[in-house]
Structures are given as C-alpha cells and as structure tokens.
Design a binder for this molecule. Structure first.
Ligand code: BTN
Length: 269
C-alpha cells in the first residue's frame, strides 16, 4: 500500500481547472474509498447531478471493468474516476464516447509522462503491449433523458507485485513503463482538458477528427485478430473503424463484419 499523501490529488486545483472546461457545471466529489466510482456517479446523476459531476476515489473495493471484470484499485496507486455526461445521444453512438475518451487518456498520459500509449479496441490503453488504463462507458436513463457514466482507471504507481498474479504479464503502470515523477493531479488536470476538447467536438456532431485521431493510435488496424463477440469467435484482419465506432473485420471468406462490442483476444501485425 502506498500512502496517497505521496502523490496527493488536489481537489481545489482540479475544481478550478474544471471550471475552464465544458464540464463547468459539475463539481468534484473526492472519496478516500468507495465501492465503484461509476456507481456513486450514477446515484448522483439519478438525483439530478449536472453534466461534469466527477467522482474520484483513492481506492475502490468493487472497481468494475467491461465484461464483469474486476478493476483492481489499490490506494494511492492509480487514478480512478467517473464523470457524468448528459449528451443528446442515440444509443448506437455510445461507442463513440469510448473512442474519444481513449484518445483523451492517451494524450493526457503523453503530456504528463512523455510515454506514448496505443489503443486496443475498444477501450484498452497499452504501453509496451500491456494494459495501463481502461474505460467503462455505461448508458442509463431513458430515451428522452439519457445519461452516460464514463469511468476511467489508470494504473499510475502500481508495482508489478501489486497486480493479481494472472494480470502480471498483461498489465502495467506508468511507473513500470518508465514514467518519471508522475503526478496524479497533473494527469487528472490534463484529462479534464483533453476530455473536454474531444467531447465538444463530439457534441457538435462531428466524428471524423475523433476517428482520425483514434486510428493513429489503434494497434490492431491491419492486424490479424481473434475476437470474441457475444457467443461468436471471429477471425480475420482488422480493416478499419467506421463512423459508428464499430470495428470492421475482413473474415476468412473475405466478407466485412461490423463488430459493435467484443474483446480482442489475440492480435498479430
Ligand atoms: C476496463 O478496462 O474493462 C474498464 C476499466 C474501468 C475502470 C474504472 S476505475 C473508475 C471507474 N469505476 C469503476 O468501477 N470502473 C471504472
């Protein structure tokens, strides 16, 4: 365990930065520990919390990832937060939010550490081929007033032995990848700026710049992959991502398959 005071999260500083972003209506709730910041943010949103409401926790006891996985969240080792978004949204546009968040995470890491993360569709941020951050995008509410809880987890100071044994070969942290003097407060400030910028573009209904930025970082475009999508296992070559945020895979018979959700279980360039 690492005392959070070694790399404190300055909530007043972050609140000031928040006010200069499109999330200015929101407030930051900082919790020493909680179950899952996505659940706390959802409760707040149900009670009417505005867009830009952010929940940050030092640790989570029930941190969640996609596909019902656990997001291991030891104190002081990472950045774990969720933000309430209230976009005009067609449910089929949800993957676009995951994509833009991936770009914002990559840019924030780059700006504060000099490391260069790549993205593995749909939501994995990789350094040296290992996962350093993940994004959990959840849609709630109804068709007339939908809201999104965007949860982001970044492994910042985590040491190899702090990861569960089954994750040690596939997970990394900014510190393990060589990041020096990393400040979670700086990383979080950068997150607010980059997320705000890309979210504004998304809200204008413009997706091409998001797609272009995402493509540049995607490790699996052009790769041969095996993908688990629901019950189906698909093999082929990734051709592109389309304007809906879906992955386009050319299968063995030459057909293009459009994949909206799933997990890349193997890839080779
Ligand atoms: C994934 O890679 O599957 C997504 C991981 C998302 C983890 C973050 S940590 C903050 C927020 N609260 C959660 O319970 N999950 C997300």
């Amino acid at each position: 365990m690492r005392p959070p005071e070694l790399d404190p999260i300055d909530v007043a500083l972050l609140t000031n930065r928040l006010k200069t972003t499109p999330f200015a209506q929101g407030e930051i709730q900082y919790l020493p520990t909680t179950g899952s910041t996505n659940d706390v943010a959802r409760d707040l949103a149900e009670k009417g919390a505005p867009e830009g409401t952010i929940v940050i926790a030092e640790s989570q006891t029930k941190g969640r990832g996609r596909l019902d996985r656990t997001w291991h969240s030891p104190p002081g080792a990472g950045l774990y937060f969720s933000i309430v978004l209230r976009p005009q949204l067609d449910p089929s546009d949800l993957p676009k939010i995951t994509l833009l968040a991936g770009i914002a995470v990559a840019e924030s890491i780059e700006e504060t550490t000099g490391l260069h993360p790549l993205i593995k569709w749909p939501n994995d941020l990789l350094l040296e081929g290992k996962k350093v951050a993940g994004i959990l995008t959840e849609l709630y509410g109804d068709i007339t007033s939908p809201y999104v809880i965007l949860g982001i987890g970044i492994n910042v100071h985590t040491r190899r032995e702090e990861f569960l044994p089954e994750l040690q070969k596939i997970a990394t942290s900014l510190a393990m990848a060589g990041g020096q003097n990393i400040s979670r407060a700086n990383l979080m400030q950068a997150m607010l700026t980059h997320l705000g910028r890309w979210y504004e573009i998304f809200k204008k209904g413009v997706f091409q710049p998001i797609l272009d930025a995402w493509r540049k970082r995607c490790v699996i475009i052009g790769a041969r992959v095996k993908i688990l999508s629901g019950e189906k296992e698909l093999e082929g070559t990734i051709v592109d991502v389309d304007v809906g945020g879906a992955l386009l895979l050319r299968d063995q018979s030459g057909q293009i398959q459009r994949i909206l959700s799933g997990e890349v279980i193997r890839w080779k360039k």
